[in-house]
Write a protein that binds this ligand. Structure first.
Ligand code: GLN
Ligand code: ZN
Length: 733
């Protein structure tokens, strides 16, 4: 019989129990025992539910109080400490010690803590991180498979002067022996790092061979991209491949593997009910080549990245809900696939087939107006009607700005009152009209602050948004919002991504009335503020029945409508934020070019209809542009603002280099990540450094993004200093 397996389970709890238990513990409201009890209960529920769903191989050791990379560092003795407090100190920092750096786990929206290694890094094993849960499950009558981040992935995702891979082999070998002694017959070695470019194949093969000496079956798991071919040559008891992201690897795997093959055929990264016929085609091929006993049916990756139960989402449109599959539904899909191998296929697959065909033919996924508009696009639709020098002249003629014009990136402090008002609106205790009035008053305050501070181009402050995407998703057709669809972002933090299920269009203006109100309060130009198509795409669960690039084009056209309406209302400057453009980069270099092409095209399409004398701004919150410059140039925004304060303006070198970025640029001068208020002198010095690199004519003066995370007590003086610094520089020759 083919078996079913799960690589990892969501752990925050169906009602975010872990989040609340962590917060209670951190605030001192609950003790460690209470937190442990919640964790035990979440683990038990996860295991038992997976087993009850008919999953043969249930994972353990994948649970974490904060993050699996931190856990691995802790269990290998790379970070020190004894207590739970010590553990959290690495994640959250203390008064005297900063936390570990945090970054994205591959191309997911999950963030891990980055261990820092030394060349002569000592290791000291705490095997109980894995043997503990293994025994805990055994006490419940469940045999589980421990999940361990493999040595290559651990090393590759760490920073510092790293030791060679061979230096990690002894501690991993010891762990494997301990797991075997504790009763495990197999272990899942997670090596998504082997699906990246530049894998040191020979070195890995050597390390792996060494590990196979332990008396336990090694199940090597890769996911998120095609695995390096070295995996096909390794003596693994089982090899897991992500056949959702990279189905093309199946043929090579079938010819090469000597052990079991685990087929990742159910998408662990997305929320859609699977086309089981497609999955079965792959499983059938594997069974034909290897025999059922050597086939495992699994999700593509851990289910950490999906919510718990679509069945609970009774508030969703009844037509759309059956299209969704969260953890529970995916477990059921795995069971159906295994049953279909030797059962009555047509009967077993009938419900899933009905869902797939209903979705394919639904009016929601086939809006003729949207399809017609996207289908009729030609290259000219992706370009502004005049080149930058002409636009620049037209813009300066329309609105004369001083040298070194000052502005901000859009948001202003999201005060407790703003958050409370939004909460009350959602709870129904604040009437929509009262909320609207409240926001208008907030905007008036933000405008008056900016006038007093003396900024040149103002913003309305974004009080109506809690993040960059939800506000737009709520107003666009083609999006749905779940009630319980939380997924872990980092530690106790969860996000509830919008679900982009259908053809996207914008029934009516989304931001124009806020802009009009704000502009009516000032003579200064008021910048319109929109989130770009790539960022909306990147932070949503996106339909999987057409290429992402096509969905992005639809989003671009919807936002273009808003650009047009803002312009018609009189907006001189419109900013289209693409905070997530870079984070959408595919993991493998071979796929990156195609992505950047359609992503940049989507931005160009969004703003292409703007008149030459309308100033288009964009913002990107990162500072590594070197390999991206050619694409950044192709965005052709009139003004680009970037994160820069922490690099002492060195990031501007990329803009002054060979390519000589031709348009205007605003490096963030004030690091909003810190509560510190920079002095005028300090800002003036940064500005001088910036001028030296790109020249005063092209420079804007602005802070980094994220003023919404700070308080007014910091923002006001910081911006006052910023304006003063700009004034001093203008006066300097
Ligand atoms: N306009 C947004 C803001 O100022 C941009 C946020 C971002 O880029 N992350 O908050
Ligand atoms: Zn930003």
């Amino acid at each position: 019989m083919a078996r079913t397996a799960v690589l990892g389970l969501p752990r925050v709890g169906p009602d975010r129990e872990l989040k609340f238990a962590l917060e209670a513990f951190w605030a001192g409201r609950d003790d460690a025992e209470a937190l442990e009890a919640t964790a035990r209960e979440l683990r038990r529920a996860g295991w038992e539910q997976a087993a009850a769903a008919g999953i043969d191989v249930v994972p353990s050791g994948d649970f974490s109080f904060y993050d699996q990379m931190l856990d691995t560092a802790w269990a290998l003795g790379v970070v020190d400490g004894e207590t739970l407090e010590d553990y959290f100190a690495h994640a959250r920092g203390t008064a005297t010690r900063p936390p570990l750096e945090m970054t994205k786990w591959f191309d997911t929206n999950y963030h891990y803590l980055v261990p820092e290694l030394r060349a002569d890094q000592p290791f000291a094993l705490r095997a109980e991180h894995w043997t503990g849960p293994l025994r805990e499950a055994a006490a419940l009558g469940l045999m589980t498979r421990p999940v361990v981040i493999g040595p290559y992935t651990f090393l590759r995702l760490s920073k510092g002067t790293k030791p060679p891979l061979s230096a990690l082999v002894p501690v991993y070998a010891e762990l494997l022996r301990e797991l075997a002694a504790a009763g495990a017959t197999e272990v899942q070695l997670d090596e998504p790092g082997l699906a990246l470019d530049d894998v040191p194949a020979a070195e890995y093969a050597e390390a792996f061979a060494e590990l196979t000496r332990a008396p336990i079956d090694l199940c090597l798991a890769t996911y998120f991209a095609p695995a390096d071919p070295v995996v096909f040559t390794l003596p693994a008891a089982e090899l897991h491949l992500d056949l959702v992201r990279a189905p093309q690897q199946l043929g090579a795997a079938l010819r090469a593997v000597t052990g079991r093959l685990s087929l990742g055929v159910i998408d662990g990264r997305n929320v859609w009910a699977a086309d089981l016929d497609v999955a079965l085609e792959r499983i059938d091929a594997a069974v034909a080549a290897l025999g059922t006993d050597r086939v495992t049916v699994a999700p593509s990756c851990s289910l950490l990245h999906v919510p718990y139960s679509a069945a609970r989402e009774t508030g969703l449109d009844a037509e759309i809900r059956p299209w969704l599959a969260f953890r529970d539904e995916k477990l059921a899909e795995l069971r159906t696939l295994a049953a279909a191998l030797d059962g009555d296929r047509d009967a077993l697959l009938a419900p899933a087939r009905a869902v797939v065909s209903a979705r394919r033919t639904s009016g929601h996924t086939n809006d003729p107006a949207v399809r017609g508009r996207a289908g009729g696009l030609s290259p000219a639709d992706y370009a502004r009607s005049a080149p930058f020098p002409e636009r620049h002249a037209a813009q300066r003629a329309r609105v004369p700005l001083p040298e070194l014009p000052t502005t901000t990136i859009g948001s202003f402090p999201q005060t407790p009152e703003i958050r409370a008002a939004r909460r009350d609106l959602k709870a129904g205790t604040l009437a929509p009209e009262a909320y609207e009035r409240f926001l208008r008053a907030q905007i008036a305050e933000v405008v008056s602050h900016q006038e007093q501070v003396g900024l040149d181009v103002l913003v309305h402050g974004e009080p109506e948004r809690n993040d960059m995407v939800e506000y737009f998703g709520e107003q666009l057709d083609g999006f749905a919002f779940s009630r319980f669809g939380w997924v872990q972002s980092y530690g106790s933090r969860c996000v509830k991504p919008p679900i982009l299920y259908g053809d996207v269009s914008r029934p009516q203006p989304m931001t124009v009335r806020w802009w009009q109100h704000a502009q009516s309060l000032t003579e200064k130009p008021m910048k319109g503020m929109l989130t770009g198509p790539v960022t909306i795409l990147q932070w949503s669960f996106v339909r999987d029945d057409q290429p992402r690039g096509e969905t992005c084009t639809q989003l671009a056209l919807a936002i273009q409508d808003e650009v047009r309406d803002l312009e018609a209302a009189g907006a001189f400057a419109i900013q289209v934020d693409e905070a997530a453009l870079r984070e959408g980069l595919p993991l493998r270099r071979a796929d990156q070019d195609a992505y950047v092409r359609w992503a940049v095209d989507a931005f160009r399409l969004t703003v292409a209809t703007a008149r030459p004398d309308t100033q288009i701004h964009t913002h990107m919150c990162y500072s590594e542009f070197n390999e991206m410059m050619e694409h950044i140039v192709r965005l052709d925004a009139d003004v680009l603002s970037i994160e820069a304060s922490r690099s002492d303006m060195e990031v501007l070198d990329a803009f002054a280099g060979e390519l000589d970025y031709p348009n205007e640029i605003g490096p963030g001068l004030y690091d909003i990540h810190s509560p510190r208020i920079p002095s005028v002198e300090e800002l003036e010095r940064l500005l001088e450094l910036a001028e030296r690199r790109v020249g005063r004519e092209r420079l804007w003066v602005n802070p980094d993004c994220g003023l919404k995370t700070r308080g007014w007590a910091e923002v006001r003086p910081a911006l006052t200093h910023l304006v003063a610094a700009a004034q001093r520089r203008r006066a300097a020759v």
